[in-house]
Write a protein that binds this ligand. Structure first.
Ligand code: PMP
Length: 404
């Protein structure tokens, strides 16, 4: 653990005179030295535009950019790196599918099914595309315990369903959804499965071929990589059949005055100059996680989460939302009596503890539980049980301050 922590220079600092305890990795993870260095090295040595140049730097930049694509493909066991489209973030990945696949395939009478536990990134693009195409948006409900309601889900999945889009792990409830099972349910009614992997890919081993998902949205900045880059995995046949989402340079084969022809996927979906250095550093983040092993990452987070669950549930007035620790990933969202989550987070910040407070870009699931907001502590590879102790002590301090 001390070797992991020493790879993250940012963790070694004081905030308000207290050692920083960073428990906000579900919002964005910290970056190891190896990732920071990969980004700096690219700008120091190799900076050039990709795919077009005929000089040494351009060839090097292109080779590294394509190598990063291969690393991401291997990390999720995609059949080919041609199935990986670099995008800006998980949000753009979902917007790409909603626009490119959705506009070409959705008609009035068709249905898009999402769940009540989605992040706004997996809600709003489907609202926009169903409004534009005349299709209908439906929601699979969530139980009081924070799981999908499977009986309701089975009755909502019908021959009208063309897309079932769901998160692999909720960023509020922490619920880990059974992706293979849900994908099979989608396929059984002839729908495609679009999976939001923003919270799962950084934390759990992912094998897209075994899961049989059609599309998977991935965010680099939540898995030790830089902001400004993410990936969309798509099955080759689906990507090939899809029209482009954005037009411009890089994605074309030939441009005439009245029409153009496209590159093959994935370049067909990468209009304009991509985030080259960021993609290369994303590759370095994948290398870092690969070296740790995703089984270790998951195991470590399970241990921290079990411990945090135990410590936090012993605090009077604290209510964790979502399933028990054995069925969730490494985050806990909670309320503390009727103290506003922003006040809780501000008190924790004064103790050096960084958590998130608010609706976490997931208003419908908060509405489901009749609460406007929660405080969320989220864990990653660099967090320790001692940091959970600091969190628990800081929450006790908040209880004293708000005197209940
Ligand atoms: N989906 C989920 C479940 C998330 O937690 C987030 C990030 N908060 C996103 C999507 C959006 O990811 P990005 O920041 O990469 O657009």
């Amino acid at each position: 653990m001390s070797t992991i922590r020493s790879d993250f220079p940012i963790l070694n600092q004081q905030v308000h005179g207290k050692p920083l305890v960073y428990l906000d990795s579900a919002a964005t993870s910290q970056k190891p030295q190896q990732v920071i260095e990969a980004l700096a090295r690219y700008y120091r040595q190799d900076n050039a535009n990709v795919h077009r140049g005929i000089h040494a730097l351009a060839e090097r930049a292109t080779a590294e950019y394509e190598q990063a694509r291969l690393k991401v493909a291997r990390f999720i066991n995609a059949a080919s790196s041609k199935e990986i489209v670099f995008v800006r973030n998980a949000t753009e990945a979902i917007n790409l599918v909603a626009n490119a696949w959705g506009r070409a395939n959705l008609r009035p009478g068709d249905e898009v099914l999402i769940t009540q536990m989605e992040h706004h990134a997996n809600i709003v693009p489907w609202q926009l595309v169903t409004q534009a195409t005349g299709a209908t948006l439906r929601y699979a409900p969530v139980t009081d315990a924070g799981e999908l309601d499977y009986d309701a889900l089975d009755s909502l999945l019908t021959g009208r369903t063309k897309v079932f889009a769901f998160t692999a792990m909720s960023n509020v409830l922490g619920t880990i959804n059974p992706v293979a099972e849900l994908t099979a349910k989608a396929h059984a009614v002839g729908a495609i499965a679009v999976v939001d992997g923003a919270q799962s890919v950084p934390h759990l081993p992912t094998d897209v071929q075994a899961l049989d998902v059609d599309f998977l949205a991935i965010s680099s900045h939540k898995m030790l990589g830089p902001t400004g880059v993410g990936a969309l995995y798509g099955k080759r046949a689906l990507l090939d059949a899809m029209p482009p989402f954005m037009g411009g340079g890089e994605m074309i084969r030939e441009v005439f005055m009245d029409h153009s022809t496209w590159e093959d996927a994935p370049l067909k979906f990468e209009a304009g100059t991509p985030a080259i250095g960021e993609a290369i550093a994303f590759g370095a983040a994948v290398d870092y996680l690969d070296a740790l092993g995703m089984d270790w990452v998951h195991q470590h987070e399970m241990e921290i989460t079990h411990y945090a669950w135990q410590r936090l549930s012993a605090i009077e007035g604290l209510r964790i939302i979502g399933p028990g620790p054995e069925r969730r990933g490494g985050l806990l969202a909670f309320t503390l009596a009727d103290v506003h989550p922003h006040d809780v987070a501000a008190v924790l910040d004064m103790q050096g503890v960084a958590v998130r407070a608010g609706h976490h870009c997931a208003q419908p699931i908060h509405d489901r539980y009749g609460i406007p907001a929660t405080t969320r502590a989220s864990f990653y590879i660099y967090n320790t049980p001692e940091e959970v102790d600091v969190l628990a002590a800081a929450l006790e301090r908040a209880r004293e301050l708000f005197s209940f």
